[in-house]
Design a protein. Structure first.
Length: 335
């Protein structure tokens, strides 16, 4: 069984970061820590994987990028940001779309491992931790995108979706809405759960009574949004929400489509509508769409930088980069 840097840290009674500093920047560490870490390395027989470091830093000129929804303009912008950054390092991006299918996700991860890419950026759908561990053991750096790594086992780059959900519902409350529906899913996606959590926090902390309904969807597409909108319109008028927070802009655009069919224009007079992502289509919609903006290209650029740094130094400490969301107000909530 191989000895990891975490094993060394536990034996020495120090943090993983201290062990990394002893290995890379010993002058920045106290003499006592250097002694303790050195003894732990000797006791455990820890061997630094310099071969993997050199392979990753010196051979492959490609990075894999796997997204869960290639139709979503948000992911297109994230990939574009990664490509812009990759060009400055003479790196090419190999792209795969899982279409929210765990089996396709596994195929792409296995393929990129076989291709010996320098690193992999992944917007995950299924349970990918076992595969990510295998990738790292093979000397391939994995970084999660649009997903916070709660256990900090892997680096991740994301937006604060809890804060985004809170911003969206607080805005709907501020414009006078009290019966709010969250439409989004699949709810096993971490970012969807986070957005619901933020929405609930805003409703519970409001100074007025706010009813929040969660309407799960099986996909995050325009078609699913339109179908959900039709089901909402089939309700008696008294049972409809007076505002909808959609889990992403594609769902919001589908909802808007349903709510404006047959000459009806229920947005925003009867139902206020806000999305998430602030894609290029939000401002161009028939009723310009309020949305929660993510810095999509910056997410891609940052993830690419991190994956290259970790490929060059496999002993680097995983980091969690979380960008703040921004509320963008347009006619779909304010008239």
């Amino acid at each position: 069984m191989s000895v990891s840097i975490r094993d060394v840290a536990q034996r020495a009674g120090v943090s993983v970061g201290t062990v990394s500093n002893v290995l890379n920047r010993p002058d920045d560490v106290s003499p006592d820590s250097v002694i303790r870490v050195s003894r732990a390395i000797e006791d455990l027989g820890y061997v630094r994987n310099d071969a993997a470091r050199k392979l990753r830093a010196g051979v492959s000129t490609t990075v894999g990028f796997v997204v869960l929804d290639g139709q979503n303009p948000f992911y297109n912008d994230v990939v574009r940001g990664a490509e812009d950054e990759a060009a400055t390092h003479s790196i090419a991006i190999l792209y795969g779309n899982t279409d929210e299918d765990p089996s396709r996700e596994k195929v792409y991860l296995d393929l990129f491992r076989e291709q010996q890419v320098r690193g992999i950026l992944l917007a995950p759908f299924g349970d990918v931790l076992p595969q990510l561990r295998r990738l790292r053991s093979a000397g391939i750096a994995p970084v999660l995108v649009d997903r916070f790594s709660a256990d900090a086992e892997f680096s991740s780059v994301s937006v604060d979706s809890v804060a985004g959900g809170r911003l969206a519902v607080e805005h709907l409350i501020d414009v006078g809405r009290r019966r709010i529906a969250f439409v989004g899913g699949p709810l096993q996606l971490r970012q969807m759960n986070d957005r619901v959590a933020g929405a609930r926090a805003a409703a519970e902390n409001a100074t007025v009574r706010v009813d929040l309904e969660v309407v799960p969807t099986t996909a995050m597409t325009v078609e699913e949004g339109a179908a959900t909108g039709a089901r909402i319109l089939a309700r008696p008028r008294r049972d409809r929400p007076d505002a909808i927070f959609a889990g992403n802009d594609l769902l919001a655009l589908g909802l808007l489509q349903s709510l404006s069919e047959d000459g009806r224009m229920l947005v925003p007079d009867e139902i206020a509508l806000i999305g998430f992502d602030d894609t290029i289509f939000a401002a161009a919609a028939a009723v310009p769409l309020s949305s929660i903006r993510q810095p999509s290209r910056m997410i891609g650029r940052t993830a690419l930088r991190i994956v290259l740094e970790e490929a060059a130094d496999p002993e680097s400490i995983p980091r969690q980069t979380v960008f703040p969301p921004e509320l963008v107000i347009r006619r779909s909530t304010t008239g």
